[in-house]
Design a protein around this ligand. Structure first.
Ligand code: NAP
Ligand code: HSE
Length: 430
């Protein structure tokens, strides 16, 4: 019979501090939920002298990983230090030492999740990772448990808080990209290296995790087509507004006839779309199941306490399993072999902002390229730009497929009348 549970943390940064605050600040509530007291035993950090965001007992801190990973008093290890190889090594060791593991690390789970879940199962341990996707939203548990009876065919989400914060502030307050990125970093939303946020990699990792669970097939990070937001400009946001759209970084996962497409890219959403109104660091995931129909999950996607909420919920689940003696039994292997859609099977509408030569015939040369590929145009604006002899053309197409769109893109890029393709985005609502 378990009469108490001791926890070791790997990391005491933004998320780790939130975990300590939640365990220490809600000791009685936690005990009531799991049926025994939960104690913090040790916390691995890089720099023991650093000032901390939360009150801690001095003897909790260590710079020696074995004081957590090989500590016989510790039952559960919470990995909130980030990174890939070291985190993989530490989690593997913890599992081999029969410690249950909770992680918020999507970088790791998207790359090595299958392998680590197997190690967990072989050692009769739980490995839970709710906080790795969409911060405080319990989306993993919803897919694994709540919607387990259904067949999921579509997931669409805003799953990166940093980029949603940046795009919201650029759009609503016309502020510049670098300034807002710095603000997102200071609020603790961004990764240690924010490149993975702004280039869409963080969101791609989360979509790989969600698609693996939702479609029950092993989706690798390389299966996700990724474009980030670092090239989004005020002009793009302005045209989107004029056309009645909002530009968001959208993770899109669709399954048709057993084949899937997964992408993360800046996407124009009609203002009436439920994801268009998701602002700042908030995340939302739309899930369509054949039986349940449309569902939507919304909440804070990053930050200290929202993320810690998911970590501590995993802790509650681990301790309940300990008390029932069922740890390591909940992971289910994917049911289907992976089949990815080809470009001609991927439907979409597309937005182009082009700088073209301001001369006779240039405009019709452009539109005829679309016509040649049977792509009809839904919206079109031409306006002069400051540069002499250059005109700006903005186009939203009707529905086509990615193969046809790629062909037109390449022809536009190589055309004599096109000076530059300034922007090219997907548009939702085909
Ligand atoms: P963070 O603020 O940078 O904190 C990292 C912590 O890990 C620090 O305490 C650091 O020690 C420690 N650490 C790093 N490398 C270490 C090493 N080699 N040995 C020992 N300790 C080490 O990171 P975070 O924002 O809390 O994120 C942690 C994890 O949660 C990441 O996987 C991240 O992707 C994920 N996550 C973050 C959020 C969020 O909103 N921030 C949301 C969801 C998931 P020192 O303090 O001594 O430097
Ligand atoms: N950097 C991530 C984000 C943290 O901005 O969403 C949450 O995973």
């Amino acid at each position: 019979m378990v009469n108490h549970v001791s926890v070791g943390l790997l990391g005491l940064g933004t998320v780790g501090s939130g975990v300590v605050r939640m365990i220490e600040g809600n000791r009685e509530g936690l005990q009531h939920r799991v049926g025994c007291p939960v104690y913090i035993e040790k916390i691995l950090v890089q720099n023991i002298e650093k000032e901390r965001l939360v009150a801690i007992k001095k003897d909790w801190l260590t710079q020696q990983p074995e004081e957590v990973l090989e500590n016989p008093d510790i039952h559960v290890v919470i990995e909130v230090m980030g990174g890939i190889e070291l985190a993989r090594e530490y989690i593997t060791l913890a599992l081999q030492n029969k410690k249950h593991v909770i992680t918020a690390n999507k970088d790791l789970m998207a790359l090595h999740g299958a392998e680590l879940l197997q190690v967990a199962q072989q050692n009769g341990c739980d490995l839970f990772y709710e906080a790795s996707v969409a911060g405080g939203i319990p989306i993993i548990r919803s897919l694994v448990d709540g919607l387990a009876s259904d067949r999921i065919t579509k997931m669409m989400g805003i799953v990166n808080g940093t980029t949603n914060y940046i795009l919201t502030k650029m759009d609503k307050q016309q502020r510049n990209y670098e300034e807002v990125l710095k603000e997102a970093q200071s609020l603790g939303y961004a990764e240690a290296d924010p490149t993975s946020d702004v280039e869409g990699i963080d969101a791609a990792r989360k979509m790989a995790i969600l698609s693996t669970l939702g479609f029950s097939m092993h989706i690798h990070l390389d299966d996700v087509n990724v474009t980030g937001i670092s090239r989004v400009t005020q002009e793009d946001l302005e045209y989107a507004r004029q056309f009645g759209y909002t530009l968001k970084l959208i993770g899109n996962a669709k399954k048709d006839n057993g084949k899937v497409e997964i992408s993360v890219e800046p996407t124009l959403l009609p203002d009436s779309h439920p994801l268009a109104s998701v602002q700042n660091e908030y995340n939302a995931v739309y899930v369509y199941g054949e039986s349940v129909g449309e569902t939507m999950f919304f909440g804070p996607g990053a930050g200290q306490l929202p993320t810690a909420t998911s970590v501590v919920s995993d802790l509650v689940a681990v301790v309940k399993n300990m008390r029932l003696g069922v740890n390591g039994k909940s992971a289910v292997a994917p049911q289907f072999d992976k089949q990815l859609k080809q470009p001609e099977e991927i439907d979409g509408k597309f937005f182009y902002r082009l700088h073209i030569k301001d001369e006779a015939g240039a405009f019709s040369a452009i539109t005829s390229l679309f016509a040649l590929h049977e792509i009809s145009l839904e919206k079109l604006i031409q306006s002069p730009v400051d540069e002499k002899g250059v005109a700006e053309v903005v186009i939203v197409t009707h529905g086509t497929n990615k193969q046809q769109d790629n062909r037109v893109y390449n022809l536009l890029r190589d055309s004599d009348v096109v000076q530059e393709i300034k922007s090219h985005y997907r548009v939702e609502g085909a």
